[in-house]
Write a protein that binds this ligand. Structure first.
Ligand code: NAD
Length: 297
């Protein structure tokens, strides 16, 4: 079994690392947040002193960090992975970042005889805990097959979609669909509530039909309880939609709906809601319509 390094143990990384420990892998971990390291040491992980140190002791290194600049810093920065990584190792970046950054990092690592996969995930914290994430990977098939068992310990749907960067392109598509879906749910449920119909009954009536979705089932119970604790933070969805818009501009494809939902997210951020769950998109509509979509007492 490969010795795995894991860097970035936040909302997603922590449960993913726990599932690797449960599957029997030896784990060396690093995060700038010392508290989370203590928790995982109790579960059997070993602490590395830096990203460089983690890389030097591992055969496969996984990163699960917020954004492109964080991954660049952890891979290329002072005490970064590239300084310690052994030739022949594999880096799996599971963060959602700009596809061009994945390609740039993969080229730099190849000079050290290290292959990189971009393998972002979907499913949020609940599926990270269950080990049932959807994992969408990009990179050479041979490397993907080499580390597939590791990915299977964290996800129930593990797919290679193409060359390096394809994982993050797929994730951008995923994030457009999720953001627009939550915005549509919000617009619809505020309308129904303002019209005097119980939103919980609306949800139950439509969830089995064509309007049903994983997003509806994940977010409606939270909305009905007024629970916007993340989950997936609005600020992270802003990051993903900006990456999607940049990619759409590069390719000259329309981004009409994505740019509209990005405006809504930016407005919520300006109101101090950047750290709310993205289910909090509904608050934009609730404020405008002066109604709250909540369970009846
Ligand atoms: P998070 O902010 O909870 O976790 C990030 C972790 O990285 C934190 O523990 C932080 O301390 C650590 N970190 C940051 N900079 C570091 C550095 N330089 N060195 C070491 N550690 C560092 O974020 P998250 O919600 O776990 O998301 C991680 C990635 O997964 C993001 O790209 C996000 O878009 C994506 N994602 C999140 C969800 C979700 O529901 N939260 C779902 C799918 C994908």
């Amino acid at each position: 079994m490969y010795k795995i390094g894991f860097i970035g143990l936040g909302i997603m990384g922590k449960p993913m690392a726990r599932n690797l420990l449960k599957a029997g892998y030896k784990l060396i971990i690093y995060d700038i947040n010392a508290d989370v390291i203590k928790e995982l040491i109790k579960d059997g992980a070993k602490e590395g002193k830096s990203s460089c140190d983690v890389a030097s002791q591992s055969e496969v290194i996984i990163t699960m960090l917020p954004n492109s600049p964080d991954v660049k810093e952890v891979v290329l920065g002072e005490n970064g992975i590239i300084k310690g990584i052994n030739p022949g190792s594999v880096l799996i970046d599971m963060s959602s970042i700009a596809p061009l950054v994945s390609r740039e990092l993969a080229e730099k690592l190849l000079q050290k005889n290290v292959v990189m996969l971009d393998a972002p995930v979907s499913g949020g914290e609940p599926k990270a805990i269950e080990g049932t994430l959807a994992i969408m990977a990009g990179g050479p098939e041979e490397t993907f097959n080499k580390v597939k068992d590791i990915l299977n310990a964290m996800g129930s749907s593990v797919k290679l979609v193409g060359e390096i960067g394809s994982g993050n392109i797929t994730k951008l598509a995923n994030q457009i669909i999720v953001a627009l879906n939550i915005a549509a749910i919000s617009e619809a449920m505020v309308l129904a509530t303002k019209a005097g119909v119980d939103p919980e009954k609306v949800y139950q009536a439509i969830r089995g039909g064509l309007a049903g979705s994983a997003a509806l089932d994940a977010k409606m119970p939270m909305i009905l309880n007024g629970n916007f604790k993340p989950g997936f933070r609005i600020e992270l969805h802003i990051k993903d939609l900006i990456n999607a818009l940049n990619t759409a501009k590069e390719l000259s494809v329309p981004d009409t709906l994505t740019s509209k939902v990005l405006e809504i997210l930016q407005e919520l951020k300006a109101e101090g809601k950047a750290k709310d769950d993205h289910g909090g998109i509904i608050q934009f509509y609730e404020k405008a319509a002066k109604v709250e979509v909540r369970k009846k007492a």
